[in-house]
Design a protein around this ligand. Structure first.
Ligand SMILES: *Cc1c(COP(=O)(O)O)cnc(C)c1O
Length: 433
């Protein structure tokens, strides 16, 4: 599949006087249309709700768009809860799927009336001590071992190792937890699992659904509770590479429906609500990092230096992840040059692309890095004193809006204590009056 930017060079030229590069830009239209497709794909399920994983793109303007499209939020920390509260999410519109949870965070989730998802059996007592036992509560499952779908249609191997993952609890622990929670007053129960990340297969959700539906039938009998919610969590992937195939969310929704009819309906559990906590699939393709080529260098390889670095997009440095690159205005030029496209961190893994065939890049060219709408800006950091970039929303009507300004040196220094240095520099200011 050919990967095309969702903005033109002319549109970016329009933004530059207001917001210099580097910045992340998000496509409101793309985000809305995709959210509608997901809701459509699961419309067969009466209680369906997508809880957007806030960690993927924690910006209130984006959360507001998703709220308007009927989505909830999935939070895992105090500040994600606070951000969601500020946007107006409350009660059952919030899932709280955290682990190693501080008591302050747990208390906040309880006070907001969020659906709390317990990562471990020891969290039952913890929840009761620090907050209280709510009417509705979830437990997170870890089946252990290896999860594999074998070969998917496009030859991509889907495999992950839940047995090595820190999340979730065993089936026996889940049964015991539900029994205890029921004894402490909980009335409605849900189960949750996240077994594989960035899956490029329409079979992942249906396969996971099959596992969780059967688990729900067994656990509800063993614990004597009614399970009303099954949360398939995140993990549906996006095609970062041009040769990868896009997931078909309609086929995914239909695959989950088949398992629902096969397993839950005959067990008398046809009233179960299906939840999802997608992050990457919701916003990943609808974001891009817009940068400028500021240097070129010819040594043993050809380098193009950008005004952005791994502090603005960590995935290539951290995971060796592929992000497609388009040189704006040169969309149709032949890719007859091979470059390492790099940022300025004093770390040799600060490379957005290695040995990438691209059109000839000139200094000042706008370099567009695809698919940064999830786990992009959000993973930003300040190593080397690099400042976080701005975030711009490309609105449905073609206008643009700055939804996060770039950090300034003032922001970077704000948490430091300069008092002892000021005392030395301006002793008069510190004399007893
Ligand atoms: C990260 C995360 C998600 C979202 O994952 P994606 O791969 O972005 O879909 C959902 N739920 C939980 C608990 C997570 O930690």
């Amino acid at each position: 599949m050919e990967k095309k930017p969702f903005v033109t060079e002319a549109q970016i030229q329009n933004i530059l006087p207001d917001v210099p590069t580097p910045f992340h830009i998000y496509d409101e239209k793309g985000i809305r249309e995709n959210a509608r497709r997901i809701n459509q794909a699961f419309s067969w399920n009466k209680g369906f709700k997508e809880y957007f994983a806030v960690k993927a793109l924690p910006n209130p303007s984006i959360l507001e768009i998703l709220r308007e499209e009927g989505c909830g939020v999935d939070c895992s920390s105090l500040t994600e809860l606070m951000l969601s509260e500020a946007v107006g999410f409350e009660g059952s519109e919030i899932m709280f799927s955290s682990n190693q949870t501080p008591s302050e965070d747990m208390k906040k989730a309880y006070d907001l009336g969020a659906y709390i998802n317990l990562d471990d059996a020891t969290m039952v007592g913890f929840l009761e001590r620090v907050a209280g036992v709510p009417e509705t509560v979830f437990c997170r499952y870890n089946p252990g071992g290896t999860f594999s779908l074998g070969q998917s249609k496009e030859g991509f191997q889907v495999m992950d190792k839940p047995g090595d993952a820190k999340y979730g609890m065993t089936e026996a622990q889940m049964v015991e937890s539900f029994k205890q929670l029921k004894a402490k007053g909980a009335k409605n129960f849900g189960i949750h699992a996240f077994l594989a990340s960035n899956t490029l297969s329409d079979d992942y959700y249906p396969e996971l659904a099959g596992i969780l539906f059967q688990l729900a039938v067994r656990v509800s009998q063993a614990a004597g509770v009614h399970i009303g919610y099954i949360n398939l969590s995140g993990g549906v992937g996006i095609p970062y590479r041009p040769d990868q195939r896009e997931n078909d969310i309609m086929a995914i929704g239909e695959g989950v429906r088949k398992k629902f009819e096969e397993i839950l309906v005959p067990a008398g559990m046809g009233d179960v609500s299906i939840f999802t906590e997608l992050g990457r699939f919701m916003t990943g393709p609808y974001g891009a990092l817009v940068t400028t080529a500021i240097h070129e260098k010819h040594i043993y390889k050809e380098y193009i230096g950008l005004d952005a670095c791994a502090a603005n997009l960590m995935r290539p440095a951290m995971y060796g992840a592929y992000h497609h690159i388009t040189v704006l205005g040169k969309e149709d030029a032949p890719c007859d040059h091979v470059y390492d496209v790099v940022g300025g961190l004093c770390e040799n893994n600060d490379k957005f692309a290695i040995d990438r065939a691209l059109p000839k890049i000139d200094i000042g060219d706008l370099v567009y890095i695809h698919d940064t709408g999830a786990h992009g800006s959000a993973m930003g950091y300040n190593y080397n004193g690099k400042l976080r970039s701005a975030e711009v929303l490309l609105c449905e009507d073609g206008s643009h809006r700055l939804i996060r300004r770039a950090e300034t040196p003032h922001d970077y220094f704000a948490t430091l204590d300069f008092t002892p240095f000021f005392k030395q520099m301006f002793p008069g200011d510190f004399e007893e009056k």
